[in-house]
Design a protein around this ligand. Structure first.
Ligand code: G3I
Length: 373
């Protein structure tokens, strides 16, 4: 039923994305029209969801039919103290999506990073007991999901809990509750909004060890009758990763485990790789040779980058019937977290629109092939 509901809403969005206006006015082609099988999303920073970044907002309204908040729904932002919620930015984000008839995704309910410090300690600063943490997780998940019940199509319920070798990240959630914190999070989410899609989301999902760990997690949830609708492959990529063979093997493995896939945080670094993951806590020293294109990307590198992105989309399209969404992790290159990660102060070129707001060639080519340009 849920899949039918989600698909019919997505079908409406996809139709809306390709709706033709009644008048004879000049119609700007929409990027999302070039992706009839799944929604095309983008992560919004608060300047965009609060409509302060006019150029960014114009690109989002013109080209995307799905949005996800880059930061404003994370625990430290939305629930900074045990009895304090900060709703303003999240409310504006959801309203932006509703005002523009977009699919709205929630990110993220349970994550070891950007989790408010109070979450794991008592008044004396001592680590809380398992039952206290379980209650706090339930309160957080239930309060946030209930506020947006029926308005958010799907949630990243748990983010980045499995390491590259398939073991559990030794986060406070794991230290206090063991593996049980994940089924508990999904159980609470299922009860909070039975109609919202529920996802496990992670980076480096082409790593064989992580793939095996996530497949085991999906199977465990399903065996216990706990709903998980899709796995989010964040897809923070580079010019030398992931291996497309391993990437496809992971897509096949997740579909084989009985869930759909979505590509939830797509970006591709054009700079020398110094970190193959996306663990926001990782940092590296700045050096000029690691920031080789401070002013502009050379045509040769740009051509190779666009070719790799075309390969990525061709792989995604091979599995389109089990793909729910492809989301860019930011609007233009200037917005990308990768300008400061893992090295502060680099000039990166990882997204789908350049610093002038121009759509990149791999997408222009696709739109031309679809007869949209
Ligand atoms: O909002 C404050 C601002 O008031 C303050 O002046 C400034 C000072 O540094 O910090 C601002 O908060 C920053 C926030 O982004 C908004 O810009 C945080 O320090 C910074 O840590 C935060 O980084 C985000 C990161 O997650 C950590 O939450 C990135 O924008 C965001 O792209 C990144 O996204 C994550 C996904 O959620 C999960 N998957 C990995 C991905 C990349 O790390």
């Amino acid at each position: 039923m849920k899949k039918f509901l989600f698909l019919s809403v997505s079908a409406l969005l996809l139709a809306a994305c390709s709706s033709k206006p009644k008048t004879a006015e000049v119609v700007e082609p929409k990027l999302c029209d070039a992706f009839p099988d799944y929604t095309i999303g983008v992560a919004l920073n608060v300047n965009q969801s609060n409509e302060k970044d006019a150029e960014g907002v114009a690109i989002v309204k013109q080209h995307f039919n799905s949005i996800v908040p880059e930061n404003c729904m994370k625990c430290e932002e939305i629930h900074p103290e045990e009895n304090t919620y900060f709703w303003d930015d999240a409310d504006r984000f959801v309203k932006f999506g509703e005002d523009n008839n977009m699919q709205i995704i929630g990110h993220c309910l349970i994550w070891h990073s950007q989790c408010a410090p109070w979450f794991f300690v008592d008044a004396k600063g001592k680590q809380v007991k398992p039952e206290v943490l379980k209650q706090r997780m339930k309160d957080h998940i239930t309060t946030v999901m209930t506020r947006y019940k029926g308005r958010i199509a799907g949630w990243d319920v748990v983010n980045e809990a499995i390491l590259d070798d398939g073991s559990y990240r030794p986060s406070p959630f794991y230290q206090i509750l063991g593996e049980e914190f994940i089924p508990w999070a999904f159980q609470c989410a299922m009860e909070a909004d039975p109609d919202a899609e529920l996802y496990y989301n992670d980076y480096s999902m082409a790593q064989p060890g992580k793939r095996a760990g996530v497949v085991a997690l999906v199977k465990k949830l399903k065996e216990r009758g706990i709903r998980i609708d899709a796995v989010g492959m964040q897809s923070h990529m580079g010019m030398d990763h992931p291996s497309w063979e391993e990437f496809e093997a992971s897509i096949q493995a997740f579909i084989g485990a009985g869930v759909d896939v979505q590509f939830t945080e797509v970006d591709m670094s054009a700079l020398p790789t110094v970190n193959f993951g996306a663990n926001v806590a990782d940092t590296e020293e700045y050096s000029a040779e690691l920031n080789p294109y401070p002013d502009a990307l050379p045509d040769s590198v740009s051509a190779e980058w666009n070719e790799r992105m075309t390969t990525f989309l061709n792989i995604v399209d091979k599995y389109a019937k089990n793909v729910r969404r492809v989301t860019a992790w930011g609007v233009t290159d200037a917005d990308s977290w990768k300008n400061d990660w893992p090295i502060k102060g680099r000039t990166e070129y990882p997204l789908w629109f350049d610093r002038k707001g121009q759509m990149k060639p791999f997408l222009v080519e696709r739109m031309k092939k679809k007869g949209l340009m």
